[in-house]
Ligand binder design. Sequence first.
Ligand code: SAM
Ligand code: SF4
Ligand code: F3S
Length: 445
Amino acid sequence: MEKKIFIKTFGCQMNEYDSNRIYDSVKKIGFKKTNDQKNADCFILNTCHIRDKAKEKVYHEIGRIKKIYKEKAKPIMIVAGCVAQAENQEMLKREPFIDVVIGPQSYHKINDLLKKFVSNNQKEETEFDTISKFEYFDKIKNESNKISAFLTIQEGCDKFCHFCVVPYTRGPEYSRPFSKILSEAEILIKNGAREITFLGQNVNAYSYFENSKEYRISNLINELEKYSELKRIRYTTSHPRDMTDDLIDCYANNKKLMPFVHLPIQSGSNKILKLMNRKHTVEEYINTYEKIKKINSEIEFSSDFIISYPGETNDDFNETLELVKKIKFINSYSFIFSPRPGTKAADLKLIDYEISKERLNKIQKYLFDHQISMNRSFEKKSIEVLVENKIQGQSKLFGRNKYLNSVIFDGAENNIGKMLNVKVESSNQNSLFGKIENNKSMRAA
Ligand code: SAM
Ligand code: SF4
Ligand code: F3S
């Protein structure tokens, strides 16, 4: 009998990619996706461990699911992702409702684990085996039919910033073979993708050697550029130290590479960057920013900030504010430092919460103001939008402009997958709203 599976994804885009690949796998043993939690025979929660709040969400979610199943047969409850990797046995102790814990480098074992669980209750799989993971997935067709598709090219991290769990949950840096990535891209394009975003925890550290030649992310971008059906190329997340000249040159030479760079800096103080073990300075970051802006002044940046890292004084924080005033990031993520078990910064003395909150509010005011005024600057203008889908339950379409802004407008479903000109009528902090222009330039993507 067909079994139903409900998959919920937390965290970053790589978890989203992994969830899709897990589904491609479990389909082979008879599972079919359901959006109705009440009817699921199996739950997979693909989790994030980046901050404490992200982790606690998982336990709350399980609490909710437990209530649904009070009077019904219990579903198989699988916890995957970074919390599974970081906590493994502890999770099974804290929450007996969990049946199976599987870390991100063990997804090639998911089908066997599910089958074994049904026969003898094997409960945990958290080895770092990234090569086997991708070798396994390379044999299973990627069935994503999204207009905007994710494609993991690199996983893991060797940089060990003192605040970050990723090197412990995703393991050492691993770059997938160049040809396998291109084969998967080809499948995605055949399935309908018109935009591909390369993913990696340090995506621009991608480095694959074959016959003594090194292939970098710039080579992948150049190869993707050749597919006429593909309209847009993006990549995330980058580390400032790996913004090499070959990648920067892509902004001069590649028409499909979108003019939007997400480049996390974390702090505007060199003292704090050093304490964080970031391996780059503010000056180096600004140098990269200026090099890219010089190629095309329309290229915009976004960033990530950690506020109140242990040791951050008012002066350090003010340096971050100065940076935000200098570089007008159009979209950014900012969070108060959250100590993560097992990292170097786990036991450092925390800055008073009220001070931290005040700093966060202050920086967010600048960041959000830039975001709002950037969005306003599109009003009354015509922008090019790649239409991704219809908004559920509404007659509206959803797409994105070149800077990844959400754009919402009326239109028929047959526009999905097309590149349209939309006249922006209004905006808020997160979205642009407009009308399809009666245009000759409307073309199939
Ligand atoms: N690899 C990217 C880089 O080095 O810039 C960042 C990837 S990390 C998954 C995403 C973001 O989470 C980081 O840029 C950082 O701002 C944030 N983050 C990571 N650990 C954190 C912590 N302990 N507390 C608060 N924010 C954290
Ligand atoms: Fe985490 Fe990024 Fe630092 Fe790696 S480089 S440890 S992923 S913040
Ligand atoms: Fe979270 Fe793991 Fe991604 S900790 S941000 S899901 S790499």
